[in-house]
Design a protein around this ligand. Structure first.
Ligand SMILES: *Cc1c(COP(=O)(O)O)cnc(C)c1O
Length: 390
């Protein structure tokens, strides 16, 4: 057996059901395994490698910062994180940014911001954070509590208290009923639920939530960890819904391949944190931030047009194809409900040199935002074929 696979089984904690592929290198949307087999990458390390692997401009920006200095502490000023924060604020209208290293940490910070805002503004009993059923917000105990999927909770009791989950379909009625007796600090949503099966929320529901938050002075948090940084066809997915959140969290694709989380604070909560209220040793790491500046500066209108164009091609190719029940999602975040089990489709694709993902019962696609059209067409041919019921 491949030595890496064998040793991994022996020494790595068994949390991941890995596929029997060892990735050894990659360029753009093409990856290569230890035997030299080429794959078209339709997963980008779960929406992380925004411009594919070893994107030239990103590598250059990272290397430049790496040879200047890789890390100091947050006790000193450094330019890359400031440049990135300024860019994020200018492009979203948000006012301040707190940097961390992952999506879960970005959400932890958002939850702290909502609770502190509510405690100071409305009273210490306003602690509840409402999230949606079928949501995914991370793996730390608190973000797990926020995650509205029971099966993640079972063996980790007691979870962090103060979370309620409402159904995205019919949540309006649940919330109205709650408003009378639950002291709500914040509401956190993904505009397109990723891990939950790539389902976009109804625009009407999202707008209802935004109005509800405004009416009750509740902090509206949009988790853009997966949907953000161009993936939805807009810079952030909330921009497709005509709302202005109070807090936006992101991670995954922002770093373009290095760990980076960001919590953006809007007008209402911009001053919620003072000295010592929150912190992170690695947060705002100069190398990660220098790479992110390179990524974010290239997510412009032309790039977003390309995302929408690729999205349309995927929808038009797969909708109504043999063995395809439905296609969901937005931009380059796509869920395919298939007649065959999703795992079978994934395995057939892998065999033919295309790496796809799954989410719940669906095949999931998260390709690079700049995947070349010919690579995308080639991958779609393979996927379409793999969906056919023989
Ligand atoms: C992946 C994901 C997270 C968790 O991010 P990590 O970097 O793995 O901590 C949180 N929210 C959403 C919507 C995600 O897709």
């Amino acid at each position: 057996m491949n030595n890496v696979i064998e040793q991994d089984g022996k020494y790595i904690a068994g949390t991941y059901a890995r596929f029997p592929v060892e990735i050894v290198r990659g360029k753009g949307s093409y990856l290569y395994d230890g035997e030299g087999k080429q794959y078209i990458d339709m997963g980008t390390g779960i929406a992380v490698n925004t411009f594919g692997m070893c994107d030239d401009a990103w590598v250059e920006a990272v290397e430049k910062q790496l040879s200047a200095f890789a890390h100091t502490s947050n006790l000193y000023y450094t330019a890359p994180c400031v440049e990135l924060a300024k860019m994020l604020c200018e492009r979203t209208g948000m006012k301040k940014v707190f940097f961390s290293n992952s999506g879960a940490e970005a959400n932890e910070c958002a939850i702290k911001a909502a609770r502190k805002y509510a405690a100071e503004k409305k009273g210490k009993e306003y602690t509840t954070i409402v999230t949606l059923k079928n949501s995914f917000h991370g793996r730390t105990l608190t973000t797990l509590s926020a995650t509205g999927q029971e099966h993640y909770h079972e063996l980790y009791q007691p979870l962090t208290p103060g979370f309620e989950h409402v159904d995205p379909n019919g949540g309006c009625y649940e919330l109205e009923a709650m408003a009378a007796h639950v002291k709500i600090a914040g509401i956190m949503i993904e505009c397109v639920q990723g891990e939950g099966g790539v389902n976009a929320l109804d625009a009407e529901f999202v707008q209802y939530l935004a109005a509800f938050c405004k009416k009750h002075d509740i902090v509206l948090i949009v988790d853009e960890v997966q949907t953000g940084n161009g993936r939805s066809g807009q810079l952030y997915s909330y921009m497709n819904f005509g709302i202005s959140p109070d807090v936006v969290t992101t991670a995954k694709g922002l770093g373009g391949g290095l760990p980076l989380g960001a919590t953006m604070l809007g007008e209402k909560v911009q001053s919620v944190f003072g000295f010592g209220d929150h912190g992170s040793t690695f947060g705002g790491n100069p190398v990660a931030c220098a790479g992110a500046v390179s990524i974010l500066s290239r997510i412009d209108e032309a790039l977003l047009n390309g995302v929408r164009e690729r999205s349309e091609l995927i929808f038009s190719t797969l909708q109504g194809a043999e063995g395809v029940v439905s296609v969901s999602g937005m931009g380059l975040m796509i869920g395919i409900e298939t007649e065959k089990p999703a795992k079978e489709v994934l395995n057939a694709c892998m065999e033919k040199g295309v790496l796809v993902l799954t989410a719940k019962n669906k095949v999931r696609l998260l390709p690079a935002l700049n995947i070349p059209m010919d690579a995308l067409k080639q991958a779609l041919d393979v996927i379409k074929d793999a969906c056919k019921v023989n």
